[in-house]
Design a protein around this ligand. Sequence first.
Ligand SMILES: Nc1nc2c(ncn2[C@@H]2O[C@H](COP(=O)(O)OP(=O)(O)OP(=O)(O)O)[C@@H](O)[C@H]2O)c(=O)[nH]1
Length: 355
Amino acid sequence: MIPPKKPDNEIARLAALHSYDILDTLPEQSYDDLLRIAAGICRTPMGAVTLVDDSRQWFKARLGVAVEETPRDVAFCGHAILVPDEVMVVPDARSDARFHDNPLVSGDPRIRFYAGAPVIAGGEAVGTMCVFDDVPHELSQAEREALQSLARQVSVLLDARRHARILGHHLRERDWYEQQLLQYQAQLEAHNADLAELSRTDALTGLPNRRAFDAALQAATGRTGDAGGLAVALIDIDHFKTINDLHGHPVGDQVLAAVAQVLRASAGSAATVARYGGEEFALLLHVTDAGAAELQAQYVREAVQNLPIGFPVTVSIGLALRRGDATPAALLDRADRALYAAKRGGRNRVELAGE
Ligand SMILES: Nc1nc2c(ncn2[C@@H]2O[C@H](COP(=O)(O)OP(=O)(O)OP(=O)(O)O)[C@@H](O)[C@H]2O)c(=O)[nH]1
């Protein structure tokens, strides 16, 4: 027996074979079908689609062969791939010096006839489409060409497999990027929501700020059709500059926070309470008439007056009831003028705006 030598381009040949990542995969109908056609055309009971690995030949498809692989040393196909563009035909292995005492000849499957067409993939002879028989044979020119054609079809299958795998890889990569994008988008939306929240909230008191109050007023005036259903109260801490001057700015901040808390607690859950400016707050009240609005404003004023802070803190309140379809600006203007009147009138009081 003469074991097949390794071709000069063995390293490149193995690289090409391994790039298909097909060794030791499950049988596939397409390869089985091609093999069956080859055996039918060449009139043999046995055959294989072999891939010649470093030290073994592995069968992607097999017909009448019990084993999944054999050592490369005894592989007929190891010889066949040495001449990539020819079909190797061994009419009777027993009279061929390379094979007469080959264990595949002396033992099962007792090969006498062999014909193998190299499968060229990635430019290299990676294996064969081969047929064999346990009786001697000849191969006609037409059969030889058919075997070669079927070997080319094996190459087509191998390339299709590689393209499918590359495509699958790209799709998985695209899915991954899509996932990343969705995550970034969710993060951005969360940040935007945080920013929106920040831009609508006063940091010192935690109350909605002037922008948020104006938006709430705008929305409420758009909704409320009936006159007198809505009132705005502008609330200003009295002599706040003096509080700052006497007790210091940090204490002034604490007073602002305490007043904010008391306003929120005393204004009722339906009211919108906001910090409207430095020491100025605003209330949006849903009330049925001026009497109810005034009662609520007085309640708020007294709640501030009763704050247990250690020194007197009072507020002046300008109250304006919405009449007809007055705009938010007109309503605020009337409340502001009423506040001015409350200050002038002695502070710590509620003044209801006239027409
Ligand atoms: N501590 C503190 N003071 C503030 C803040 N915002 C505004 N102020 C102060 O609030 C004071 C408002 O003073 P003024 O507008 O003169 O009014 P006032 O002293 O409250 O007097 P009247 O409104 O007339 O009763 C100013 O001294 C501002 O510096 C703040 O966030 N913290």
